[in-house]
Design a protein around this ligand. Sequence first.
Ligand code: NOJ
Length: 470
Amino acid sequence: MFPCDFAWGAGTAAYQIEGGWQADGKGPSIWDTFCHEKGRVFKEQNGDVACNSYELWEKDLECIQQLGLTHYRLSLSWARLLPNGTTQHVNQKGVQYYNKVIDDLLACNVSPMVTLYHFDLPQALQDQGGWKSPGIATVFDSYAKFCFQTFGDRVKLWITINEPYVCAKLGHEDGIHAPGLKEPGIAAYLVGHNMLRAHAMAWHSYNSFYRPKQRGAVSLAINSDWLEPLRPGCNEDIAATERDLAFTLGWFAWPVFVTGDYPEIMRSAIDSQSKQLGYSGGSRLPRFSQDEPAILGTADFFALNHYTSRKVKPGGGCGQMLCMKSDRDAEEVLDPSWSICGVSWLAVVPHGLRKLLKYIKDTFNNPAVYITENGFSQVGPLQIEDVQRCEFYKDTISEVAKAIEEDGVNVRGYFAWSLLDNFEWADGFSVRFGLFHVDFSDPKLSRTKYWSGQEYAKIIMKYKRATDVQ
Ligand code: NOJ
C-alpha cells in the first residue's frame, strides 16, 4: 500500500519544454549553443520553441490536472533567471514566469518539486570554463541561494543537480550532450567532482539559512540502471558488476550517503589504469578538500532516476587510450528476453526497479526515496493507443508497491517521465516520452492525452482512493 501522503507526479525540464530561448531577456545556455551547431542533434532539431511552455504554461497545467497529480517536477532555466549566470543581473520576467507556474500549481493543490540544474548551463559560465572550473561551485551556490530566497516560501522539494553522471560523461567524455567536449578519462571526473562540491555548498546554504524557516528538503537526482552479473555465480562478472555500480550510482551516492568520498573500488580502478598506461598527472579522480563544506550527509532524501537494467561482464575498454570505459572494465549487455521499446537503450524490465530500490535501502541506510524519473518511450509512427506503455506503468508501479510492502523500502513518491512529449536531447523530437502527445507540426502545439496518460490517472485515483478508505 502506498502511504497516504505519497507523491504522485510527472516531470519535465526547462530546455526540453519551454522554448522562448531568447524571450524577454533570457540568456543563452549551452544547449542553445550545442543545438545551433551542425551535426549535433537528430535532424538539426533544437529547443528554440519545443512545447512552447513559456507561453503555453496554462495548457500544461490542464494536463497536470487531468492526470490528478499531487506533484509536478519542473526545472528552472538558470539563464532565464540570471542571463549571464550570476546574480549581478536578475531577469525579472524570468522570475515572474516561475512565480506564476508555482502559484498556479499551488492554487490547484499540486506541489512543485523544483530542479535547479537540468543540463542547461548559462553559456556565459561555459565561456569561463563551465563545470570543469572549480569556481563554478560558488557561482552555483549563489544561484541556488537566489532560488531558495525567491521561491522557497512555496517550494518544499528541491533537486540541486539532475543526473550529474550524464552531464559529466555524455557532455565531457563522449561529447554527445552539451557542451560537446570529448576529453576522455579526465574531464568527466573533474566535472562530477565540481558538481558534487556545488551540490554540497547549496545543501549547506539551505540547511543553515533557509531550512529553519522554509522547512523543505534538498537532494540531487542520481540516475541508475539496475545492474546484475551476466553469469550469476561467476566471480569476474560479480566484480565487474560491483565496479560498474561504483562508477555510476556509487560515484555520486557514496560521497553523499556513505563516506564523504568516492567508492574505493572506483579510485583504485582509475589509479591502477593510470599506472598501467604510464599516466603521470596524479590521480585523475580529484580529492575533496577538508577546507570545504562536507559532502557526507548532504541529501535529505534519495532522488532516483531509473529507466532500465543491464547484465554485466568484464570488458568494454578502449585499448591503450585513457577513458572511463577502460577504467571501469565492465561491459553491459542486454538479456534477450527483455523487450526494447522505443529508444534503443530502454529495455523494459519492471522488476529491475524493485531490486534497485532494495539495493538502495540496504546500501544507503534506508533513506526516504523519491523516484524522480521513470518512463517509457515511443519512436516511429505515432500511437495514441499506446497499450505497451500502459502495461509498463501498471507493471512498474506494482513493483514499487512490492518494494514498499514486501521489502520495506521507504518510497515516498513516483514521478513519471514525462508529462509531455518533448525535446529528447541529442535525439531531438524523434523519441516521445510523454503522457501527453504534443503535435510539433501544429502551430498551436496541441496536447493530446495518450492512453497511458489515462492509465496513469486511473492508477493514481485507485491508490488515492485506497488510502482514503484506510
Ligand atoms: C533523464 C533526463 O533527466 C531527462 O532529461 C531525459 O529526457 C530522460 N532521462 C529520458 O532520456
